[in-house]
Ligand binder design. Structure first.
Ligand SMILES: NC(=O)c1ccc[n+]([C@@H]2O[C@H](COP(=O)([O-])OP(=O)(O)OC[C@H]3O[C@@H](n4cnc5c(N)ncnc54)[C@H](O)[C@@H]3O)[C@@H](O)[C@H]2O)c1
Length: 413
């Protein structure tokens, strides 16, 4: 049996979704008006499909009006779905969560229960705030899990019933079977991660969406100032790019971390659009930040290596071209990263690129050596830094991972 605390968009959908899958679900809310509406089969907000499912499930698998104590006693999972609004400083207000935890942990538990945080809370909230808060209650038999929700309002029923992924952050492995059983009927990939990881994935998703929206709006403001541009048509034509759905360069490959973009187009075109925006008195902070981050990440990479490897050690650089499958070294992040490593005092750097050794040497004349092959480099150093995501490196994963590897293309993990 399952208890769901908080019957808003997320909680009501969750409660009805689990009911529909055959679980007995107790619904709890502090809002008496909301409960009154639900008892009358009225969903207090607009959300397609929920009224029909409420009519079908209420008094069957979905039960309101069971006292909290009884609900908690009978459940082995308690989903907390209360609101987490913003405080005036922008941080998340956790008070509704704390109040729910107070009420739940006031009840003695005779068997293991998993307290699942489904509300959205920023990364590290569970480990640094909720876990100590629950521990301080001194109650045994309550274990924690983080299970962020990705449903969209307006599509909440379909999104919940046919999830594309389920993310579960746990520390206590004993709770995993309980959650696996609950989510089994949904037949979706279940990713087990850390508490911080689960919380981070939710923010990764939402901030990617908000960044894309702000990016589109910043671009529209620039286009408006430049003039004579059909803004809507421009975006629709952008959506025709085969990267949105096609192979080999699906859009997902752009929303993946690395050590900066390079090449002939992205750096110069981003700079040029920022400069034309400024010429039209448009601030364009996203474009400016975009360029700054591209510099910051290269410094981050080089400084992280310098912090972990002594200046006298031999450094092996894997990849010089700006992207795999190309020998183009123009504006390659490898150049700036190697230059900073040299400036940081590293004297012996040996580089290997399947295609671009000569082009890189000719273009930049840096005081480094070049290896003829991957094996040659593997023989000459124990520290490897991956700066270009070549397929060859992936294929030689096992050999590479025998070394001290800095994988800044996140290629081998
Ligand atoms: N709305 C969405 O599309 C969406 C999607 C994914 C995640 N989320 C996250 O899920 C959480 C809930 O969002 P929502 O839109 O469902 O919020 P909501 O405000 O619609 O619902 C929260 C419910 O919790 C109840 N509540 C508050 N304190 C309680 C307590 N101590 N005991 C019992 N009930 C209590 C409230 O009365 C309310 O009915 C938030 O953290 C939100 O960020 C929302």
């Amino acid at each position: 049996m399952i208890t769901v605390i908080g019957l808003g968009f997320v909680g009501l959908t969750t409660a009805l979704g689990f009911s529909k899958k055959g679980f007995k679900v107790f619904g709890i809310d502090v809002d008496q008006q909301k409960l009154e509406n639900l008892r009358k089969f009225q969903v207090p907000f607009h959300e397609p499909h929920l009224p029909e499912v409420l009519r079908e499930q209420l008094h069957q698998n979905f039960l309101l009006d069971v006292p909290l104590k009884e609900a908690i006693h009978k459940s082995n999972a308690v989903f907390i779905c209360v609101g987490t609004p913003s405080l005036s400083d922008g941080s998340a207000d956790l008070n509704f969560i704390y109040k729910a935890i107070d009420a739940i942990t006031a009840i003695e538990s005779d068997h293991l229960k998993v307290l699942v945080i489904k509300s959205t809370v920023p990364p590290s909230t569970m480990s640094e705030k909720i876990k100590p808060y629950v521990s301080a209650k001194g109650r045994r038999n309550f274990a924690l899990a983080s299970n962020p929700e990705f449903l969209r309002e307006g599509y909440s029923w379909g999104d919940f019933m046919r999830p594309d992924r389920i993310v579960i952050g746990v520390e206590d492995q004993a709770v995993l079977p309980i959650l696996q059983e609950i989510y089994k009927p949904f037949d979706a990939p279940l990713h087990q991660v850390s508490f911080n990881g689960a919380e981070f994935i939710k923010y990764l998703s939402n901030t990617m969406l908000s960044t894309m929206i702000s990016y589109a709006n910043e671009m529209a403001m620039i286009a408006d100032k430049i003039g004579d541009i059909d803004i809507a048509a421009s975006f629709r034509i952008l959506h025709g790019d085969k990267r949105w759905s096609g192979e080999p360069a699906a859009m997902a490959s752009y929303i993946y971390p690395g050590c900066g973009y390079g090449g002939y187009c992205l750096p110069k075109d981003t700079s040029a659009l920022l400069s034309i925006a400024r010429a039209h008195q448009v601030d364009a902070p996203i474009l400016a930040a975009n360029l700054k981050i591209n510099e910051d990440v290269k410094n981050f990479v080089a400084d992280k290596i310098s912090k972990n490897v002594g200046a006298k050690e031999v450094l092996g650089v894997l990849g010089l071209s700006f992207k795999p499958g190309s020998d183009d070294v123009r504006m390659s992040p490898s150049k700036d990263i190697i230059a900073r490593l040299l400036a940081n005092g590293h004297k012996e750097i040996i580089a290997y690129d399947p295609m671009a050794n000569d082009a890189f040497d000719k273009e930049y004349h840096l005081p480094i050596e070049y290896a003829d092959s991957l094996d040659d480099l593997l023989d000459r150093t124990s520290h490897l830094i991956i700066l270009t995501g070549w397929k060859e490196f992936k294929e030689r994963r096992d050999d590479i991972l025998k070394k001290n590897v800095f994988d800044f293309r996140y290629l081998l993990s």
